[in-house]
Design a binder for this molecule. Structure first.
Ligand SMILES: Cc1cc2nc3c(=O)[nH]c(=O)nc-3n(C[C@H](O)[C@H](O)[C@H](O)COP(=O)(O)OP(=O)(O)OC[C@H]3O[C@@H](n4cnc5c(N)ncnc54)[C@H](O)[C@@H]3O)c2cc1C
Length: 551
């Protein structure tokens, strides 16, 4: 059996930052279903927040984050992120991240929605790319072990302690048990549960499903962020940085309609506010072919080429529009999971030896609505904390050899799947799931729409019993992987729906037409969804409020 002190599942920003923070004398390995620099973090465009400016402060950042999250975020975690953030950004710079610069040569910062200061540090509109590559270089410099293209199918949890993972070697085929004193989940988001999403096809909520099945509750899963501006048809992201640089949103009347919804913040109101506004404009007939228009023309060619080169290229390639000359058709799309594996602010879960950080985790710092630029910050602050805390833990516990039954059970489960004959394909069920979520759990939700989705999910789960693979081989069997991803997405979907149906209020990204108001008296609390054989069991836990009483 393979053994490491610390095993990190996921090589995005959270996973790699954790690996670099773990004590160097321990045996640390990273495992990823794709090459590390293909993790979705690479696609992050607009920026990473930190209160670096002379007039800014981490308190102000904490306040904006709390308010932007509609007071559902735990304020102790938010304070930690905002206080430690500036140090983490400087550390990234020392590691070699090529941030864009202002006139004085300092790290440049642009305004983002819901922020009182220009606080988003950026590298043009390729921020995630710049940071991810710098971290990967550091990983190689340290010579850390990376299991590239290995796919984790299950956790090994014995007597309430996590003892490692079971993983499939995608390239060569074959299941392996990897034991570890500490496992950190850093598997990213789950927005592929929707048919159209800004997320990479690999963002299938695997880590959330792994933890959920092992008995860790998923927190606040009903809060899925719809980004206001994704490209027509493809759902490709057009960064908030485009509005941060001064872009306008127009309806079919040529009107900057945000003046009716957020007259002060206009296009830089929080994402949930802007998405709802766009949704209303389209629903009330003031859209343009199911979209609104994002106009950058007044910024001028030079500024667009310097600050938003990727946005221009994406618009040209995928919408046939040059933003220098014409407005870009955009509409809201599924983007980010505010909820996730429930952890404390040291990334610890309810299972000893199991930690989670990054988008797959819910500390929670984003509450009901994440501010742009806070997710990248979360990955580096809490990724580092995960590496540190898992390191401390691994140094104090003794090594246990996990039972061989974990591997045998997974082997027979996969063998049954490979041998099964039938006509039920994972891609088909994935499409139906995504369509049902798109139709019924978008920016506007009602009891009837969600009940519809719940029924569809149940039917899809029943049909997975007949799931069949076309590819019966060992090597690069993407059919096999997709079948596992489908299972995790169904787990994620049922927790989103259960949490949404139960929460009879509107808050941030969760907007119910049948309960349009925020209800602090009854709903200022976190949802916890725990696995059971008949579907998620819901319970609730209080929000931690330190300095900012809900307003
Ligand atoms: C298009 C886009 C633009 C964005 N722009 C911004 C922005 O400008 N600012 C901001 O703050 N946020 C932004 N976000 C959000 C932010 O990028 C993500 O939340 C963040 O990068 C997630 O990082 P992560 O390390 O948690 O996960 P990821 O980077 O998604 O990495 C997940 C890792 O887990 C691995 N993995 C998953 N499942 C398994 C498994 N079963 N077995 C093995 N490995 C597995 C994957 O291979 C991958 O290495 C953006 C998101 C998108 C989609």
């Amino acid at each position: 059996m393979i053994h490491h002190d610390i095993l990190i599942v996921g090589a995005g920003l959270a996973g790699m930052r954790a690996a670099l923070a773990a004590p160097p004398h321990l045996s640390v390995a990273v495992l990823s279903k794709v090459h590390p620099v293909r993790s979705h973090s690479v696609a992050a465009q607009g920026g990473i927040n930190a209160a670096l400016g002379d007039k800014d402060s981490w308190d102000a950042h904490a306040f904006d984050t709390t308010k932007g999250g509609l007071y559902l975020g735990d304020q102790d975690g938010i304070e930690t992120m905002c206080r430690e953030g500036p140090g983490d950004i400087l550390e990234l710079e020392r590691m070699g991240v090529i941030f864009s610069r202002d006139d004085q040569g300092r790290i440049a910062q642009r305004p983002f929605g819901g922020a009182g200061f220009p606080r988003a540090c950026y590298a043009a509109d390729r921020t995630g790319h710049a940071i991810l590559h710098a971290l990967y270089e550091q990983l190689m410099k340290r010579g850390l072990k990376v299991y590239e293209e290995w796919y984790v199918t299950a956790l090994m949890v014995e007597d309430g302690v996590c003892r490692g993972v079971i993983a499939w070697d995608i390239l060569h085929g074959g299941l392996h048990a990897l034991s570890a004193k500490a496992v950190i989940l850093a598997t990213g988001g789950s927005s592929r549960v929707f048919l159209t999403s800004t997320n990479a096809v690999i963002n299938t909520g695997d880590g959330m499903g792994l933890a959920y099945r092992a008995g860790v509750p998923l927190k606040d899963m009903e809060f899925v962020q719809f980004h206001p501006s994704t490209l027509k048809n493809t759902g490709i992201l057009i960064t908030e940085g485009a509005r941060g640089e001064g872009g306008y949103l127009l309806n079919t009347l040529g009107e900057r309609f945000m003046k009716h919804y957020a007259p002060e913040q206009m296009e830089l109101a929080t994402r949930s506010t802007v998405s709802l506004a766009i949704g209303r404009e389209i629903a009330e007939g003031r859209g343009v072919e199911g979209c609104v228009l994002l106009d950058l023309r007044h910024l001028g060619r030079e500024r667009i080429l310097e600050r938003l080169p990727q946005i221009r290229q994406l618009s040209l390639d995928f919408a046939g529009v040059d933003p220098v000359e014409s407005p870009i058709p955009v509409r809201p799309g599924a983007h980010y999971q505010m909820g996730g594996v429930s952890t404390n602010q040291w990334t610890e879960t309810d299972i000893a030896g199991l930690f989670a950080a990054g988008e797959c985790a819910c500390v929670s710092v984003h509450g009901a609505n994440r501010l742009g630029g806070n997710s990248l910050l979360e990955t580096v602050v809490f990724g580092r904390r995960a590496g540190q805390r898992a390191g401390e833990y691994a140094e104090t516990v003794n090594w246990h050899n996990p039972s061989g039954s974990f591997l045998r059970d997974e082997q027979s489960r996969l063998q049954r799947l490979v041998r099964r004959k039938g006509q039920v394909w994972a891609w088909e069920l994935l499409g139906e799931l995504g369509e049902a979520m798109n139709q019924n759990l978008g920016i506007f939700r009602t009891r009837a729409s969600m009940a519809n989705a719940q029924e569809t999910i149940q039917l899809l789960k029943d049909r997975t019993r007949g799931l069949t693979l076309r590819d019966k081989g060992q090597t690069f069997n993407t059919d096999l992987i997709q079948a596992q991803e489908l299972g995790f997405l169904l787990d994620v979907a049922e927790t989103i729906v259960a949490g949404s149906l139960a929460r009879e209020e509107s808050r941030g990204a969760h907007y119910r037409q049948d309960f349009p108001r925020r209800d602090d008296a009854n709903w200022l609390k976190h949802t916890l969804a725990s696995w059971s054989s008949t579907g998620p069991n819901l319970s609730y836990t209080p929000v931690k409020i330190t300095r900012f009483p809900p307003k």
